[in-house]
Design a protein around this ligand. Structure first.
Ligand SMILES: NC(=O)c1ccc[n+]([C@@H]2O[C@H](COP(=O)([O-])OP(=O)(O)OC[C@H]3O[C@@H](n4cnc5c(N)ncnc54)[C@H](OP(=O)(O)O)[C@@H]3O)[C@@H](O)[C@H]2O)c1
Length: 245
């Protein structure tokens, strides 16, 4: 089986590393790619074609994993060469997933939950062809949620509604504790109910959120745009908070 990546960054690199099978050949191309991507390709066990078109034509599965803002453009440019399943793993909105579905045959909507280099990477899939990817369960945690393209992206957005809003609240509470010089005590009291690793997890969440506050704020805007009809007050407050950093 041939699996072709359009985009060879952290996700593709990790997937090639995780999915090790004699029956699977990974393909990609260095066509118009940056030095850092070419470096990752050289470090990976992936076959390189001269063009993406060549890599896609012989693929049973094409995985588009580049950047959310390019997902539609990539689908438009390359889906015509795809004879197999076209899986999008970009962090795209349900609207974008539906747009791609109109452009692509055999489309599967995919959502990576958490980081791809976490201990047990989990991928949610939806679409009528999603079940054909269940064999990947030998290597990853794959969950097919429905036949409807858009459900995987919707679920990811729904999850972010909770996690991103909670991060904003955590930052606010932590900063208050800092201003009162009660940081350790703040974490200690919360650990009593939230678990021993609460401090470690919270500090990591706070750092990640502050480091990429612009991207997280954009995700909250996307949530409001997609689900909001004026009643997502907590999400609106979290957005206001994240825009301060
Ligand atoms: N990393 C994660 O754990 C994670 C988790 C959930 C979702 N995601 C999603 O997965 C996608 C990829 O993430 P990543 O972490 O792998 O990103 P990354 O490390 O930044 O890599 C992105 C790759 O896409 C390539 N690319 C960009 N535009 C392209 C195009 N038009 N044609 C072909 N290749 C193109 C880039 O090549 P150049 O360097 O040449 O531009 C690079 O190889 C994103 O949509 C992200 O939202 C990632």
């Amino acid at each position: 089986m041939n699996i072709t990546f359009i985009g060879f960054g952290k996700v593709a690199f990790n997937l090639v590393d995780i999915i090790q099978s004699r029956d699977i050949v990974f393909l990609t191309s260095k066509e118009n790619r940056s030095e850092s991507t070419i470096d990752l390709i050289n470090k990976s066990n992936v076959q390189v074609c001269d063009t993406f078109m060549q890599a896609i034509e012989s693929a049973d599965i094409v995985i588009s994993v580049n950047t959310p803002s390019k997902a539609i453009e990539v689908a438009k440019s390359y889906s015509k060469y795809c004879n197999g399943i076209f899986l999008d793993l970009n962090n795209i909105s349900p609207k974008t997933a539906l747009e791609i579905n109109d452009l692509v045959d055999n489309f599967v909507d995919g959502a990576i939950i958490g980081k791809i280099d976490s201990k047990n990477p989990t991928i949610y899939l939806s679409g009528s062809k999603a079940e054909e990817l269940l064999f990947l369960n030998d290597y990853l945690d794959i969950k097919v949620i429905s036949d409807n393209v858009g459900d995987a992206s919707r679920l990811k957005l729904l999850r972010s509604t909770y996690t991103k809003s909670l991060s904003a609240l955590l930052i606010e509470s932590y900063q208050l504790a800092q201003s009162l010089n009660l940081e350790d005590e703040f974490f200690n009291t919360l650990s009593l109910t939230e678990g021993d690793d609460f401090k470690e997890k919270s500090l990591s969440r706070i750092n990640n959120t502050l480091k990429s506050s612009k991207r997280k704020a954009e995700e909250l805007e996307e949530i409001l745009d997609y689900f909001g009809n004026g009643d997502l007050e907590m999400v609106e407050a979290a957005l206001k908070k994240l825009k301060q950093f």
